[in-house]
Design a protein around this ligand. Structure first.
Ligand code: GDP
Ligand code: MN
Length: 389
């Protein structure tokens, strides 16, 4: 789960990282009131789960109520790389002397945590990596050992941070590691980490990705709302434990197992269609799982046909068939369903589906013929190719 900046800062603050005072605002009026309380100048900041807000015009300095109102009105509703701004963070402005970069993340290939620090902060770090890879100092951390003050002092020195910023930055890195580990984050990134004109080191932007698999240890995460950034479908899918990714086509897809779901997306495009989503019901292709999956897909207005592709291994096809039938009873499914079932108990499954014969469910024997049928129903017929699968 990705946090927006202010959520990331609140998370950092719990671990003692120095952030500037600020307030959330959902309207122009709230932004003005927050700025009055904080005192000028303030920074008006768009809260969306995407970087590069500054360049896109989503971060503005304001030194009066009128300026706050003007910027807030411009930024609210702004579309930043497909994310609509619904919330602002009004922060007391900082006088910046220098901008740095600091992060912890997991280096999967090294099987270690990785700290990265650079004296070239504030800018897109991917760009720094490309232009000047040596501008980033790295430190691998074995989770069994953790980090020491000596190690992070060495790191900030190697990164070439200004002398007066080094001790403050080293202390921040220790706290950042602690919040990365204790808080179960996959990524904690500060860009920029700043040296103020008063000689303080402070966090000016926060990017935090929490490890969803650790949610059971963090009941407090349930309160993090994602500002309408994710759709009702995505939230429903998540609450039902489904792995769902919206795409922009017209054929809704349900499959069991990530591999089969990906192949299904491919086969649909191979026959000239396009998938409306990726949905892996995983091991949950039982009655409840199927009903939930159909419910989620049914909420997508761009879906014109649904392709259910299940290979019964551990999950039995008859259970899947019962799930579909019960979903049809519970939910008013808007599109026709093309069904390809194979594997354990497929004969019984076909009997259940045939019994419930309706124009809503169409059975096909192979993945390819089912894909063709679904694409045809979705109304995007094109030249066909491929071999029978
Ligand atoms: P991003 O563009 O999404 O990464 O948003 P940031 O929060 O990193 O802000 C972008 C840039 O705005 C920073 O690199 C700073 O240069 C500038 N900025 C942000 N906050 C302040 C502030 O309090 N004072 C000043 N002077 N500049 C700021
Ligand atoms: Mn930033």
């Amino acid at each position: 789960m990705d946090l927006v900046e202010y959520q990331g800062k609140q998370y950092f603050a719990r671990y003692g990282l120095p952030i500037s005072p600020g307030e959330v605002a959902n309207t122009v009026g709230e932004a003005e009131a927050a700025a009055e309380r904080l005192g000028y100048p303030v920074v008006v900041k768009a809260q969306v789960q995407v970087g590069g807000r500054g360049k896109a015009g989503g971060i503005k300095l304001a030194s009066s109520g009128a300026e706050v109102a003007e910027h807030a009105a411009n930024i609210l509703g702004m579309d930043i790389k497909g994310h609509v701004v619904r919330r602002l963070w009004i922060e007391k402005a900082t006088d910046i002397a220098k901008e740095y970069y600091a992060s912890f993340t997991l280096d999967r290939s090294a099987k270690l945590h990785l700290a990265m620090v650079s004296a070239r902060g504030g800018v897109d770090i991917e760009q720094v990596v490309e232009e000047d890879p040596d501008a980033i100092a790295r430190l691998h951390v074995n989770p069994l050992d953790g980090v020491t003050l000596e190690a992070v002092r060495d790191l900030v020195e190697r990164a070439g941070l200004d002398l007066e910023a080094r001790e403050g930055a080293a202390e921040i890195l220790l706290k950042l590691y602690n919040c990365y580990i204790e808080g179960d984050a996959d990524l904690v990134e500060i860009n920029p980490l700043v040296l103020t004109t008063d000689g303080e080191v402070r966090v000016l932007d926060a990017k935090v990705t929490l490890d969803d698999d650790a949610a059971f240890r963090h009941p407090e995460w349930a309160e993090i709302d994602n500002l309408g950034d994710s759709s009702e479908r995505e939230r429903l899918a998540k609450s039902k434990g489904l792995s769902y990714i919206p795409l922009d086509g017209s054929v809704g897809i349900i499959a069991n197992g990530a591999g089969l779901a990906m192949s299904t997306v491919d086969v649909v495009s191979q026959v000239g269609g396009s998938a409306a989503n990726f949905l892996d019901v995983g091991g949950g292709a039982d009655e409840d799982g199927m009903a939930s999956a159909l419910e989620v897909i049914n909420l997508d207005p761009s879906v014109r046909a649904i392709f259910v592709n299940i290979f019964g291994g551990i999950v039995r096809c008859d259970e899947v068939a019962r799930g579909i039938v019960s979903a049809l009873d519970k939910v008013d499914i808007a599109s026709q369903i093309v069904l390809r079932l194979d594997g354990t108990n497929v004969a019984e499954a076909r009997r259940i589906i045939d019994e419930r014969a309706s124009e809503k469910i169409i059975s096909e024997r192979t993945m390819l013929s089912a894909a063709r049928r679904a694409v045809e129903l979705a109304g995007t017929p094109k030249s066909q190719g491929g071999t029978e699968l």
